[in-house]
Write a protein that binds this ligand. Structure first.
Ligand code: ADP
Length: 230
C-alpha cells in the first residue's frame, strides 16, 4: 500500500506539490493524470525518496526513505537510464544480484515476453528508445516489487509491448500489488485503472473510482478536460 499524506514541495518560488494526499491500496491500479507541469514527476520523485519535501509518504507502513520501503518499491522511469556498455543480459543479471533474486528462469521469461530474448547480447547504447524502455520495464519487474510506479510507460512502445504491459498491469493487480501509473495522455488510459487522481497546479483536483457508470456521472475523460481546460 502507498500512502501520500499532505506532501508539499517547493522549488525556490514554484510550489510544485501543494498539500498532495492520496492512497493506493493493495491490488489496486491508480492513474495519476495531469497536464505537463501539474506536479506528477515531483510527487513521483518524492515517493522514490529523491527529493526533500514536507509531509509523509509510506510504503506498506514504512517511511519511503527507509531500506525496508526501498526493498518493496519498483520504478519504471519516463526516460530509460541504461548503462551504455552493459548488455541487456548483463542489466538483468545486475538487478538480479543487487536484489538477490533467485536464478529461476524469470529473466528469460520476462525478456521473451517483451520480445528481447534475441537482444540479450546487445549493448544498452545499441538499443532503440523503445527497446531501452522495454529493458527498463523488465529490470523493474524482475525483483517482483510489492509497489510499482510507472512514469509515462506507454511512450515509445510498439503495439505488442503495449499489449504485454497492459496484461502485466492486470497480473500485478491480481497478485495484490500496488500500482501507480503517471501519464499526461488521457487517451492511453483505458479500463485497467481502479482509481484516478487528476492533478493540476500541484494539487489533486479530483479523484474518481472506476465502477459501473451511474448514469449522470462524468466519464474520466470528461472530468479530465473539465479540470485541465478550466
Ligand atoms: P509534471 O510531471 O506533471 O509535468 P513537474 O512535477 O515536472 O510536473 O513540475 C511541476 C512544477 O514544478 C512545474 O511548474 C515545473 O516547472 C516545476 N519544476 C519541476 N522541476 C523543477 C526543478 N528542478 N526546478 C524548478 N522548478 C521545477
Amino acid at each position: 500500500m502507498l500512502v501520500v499524506d499532505s506532501v508539499s514541495k517547493k522549488y525556490k518560488k514554484t510550489l510544485a506539490n501543494d498539500d498532495v494526499s492520496f492512497e493506493v491500496n493493495d491490488g489496486e491500479i491508480a492513474v495519476l493524470l495531469g497536464p505537463n507541469g501539474a506536479g506528477k514527476s515531483t510527487i513521483i520523485k518524492s515517493i522514490l525518496g529523491l527529493l526533500k519535501y514536507e509531509g509523509v509518504i509510506e510504503i506498506d507502513n514504512f517511511d519511503n526513505r527507509s531500506i525496508d520501503a526501498k526493498k518493496l518499491l519498483g520504478y519504471v522511469p519516463e526516460v530509460p537510464a541504461l548503462y551504455d556498455m552493459l548488455t541487456v543480459g548483463e542489466h538483468m543479471e545486475f538487478i538480479r544480484r543487487a536484489y538477490k533474486v533467485e536464478d529461476n528462469g524469470r529473466i528469460d521469461k520476462l525478456l521473451e515476453r517483451f520480445e528481447l530474448a534475441d537482444k540479450k547480447k546487445k549493448l544498452g547504447k545499441e538499443l532503440s528508445k523503445g527497446m531501452q524502455q522495454k529493458v527498463s520495464i523488465c529490470c523493474a519487474l524482475l525483483p517482483d516489487p510489492k509497489v510499482i510506479i510507472f512514469d509515462e510507460p506507454m511512450v515509445g512502445l510498439d503495439p505488442h509491448a503495449i499489449k504485454e504491459l497492459k496484461s502485466v498491469f492486470k497480473e500485478l493487480k491480481e497478485q495484490g500489488k500496488t500500482v501507480l501509473i503517471s501519464t499526461h495522455m488521457i487517451d492511453t488510459v483505458e479500463d485497467y485503472w481502479d482509481v484516478a487522481y487528476i492533478m493540476k497546479n500541484g494539487k489533486i483536483m479530483a479523484s474518481k473510482h472506476n465502477k459501473p457508470e451511474s448514469g449522470s456521472e462524468k466519464t474520466l475523460e470528461e472530468l479530465f478536460f473539465e479540470i485541465t481546460e478550466a
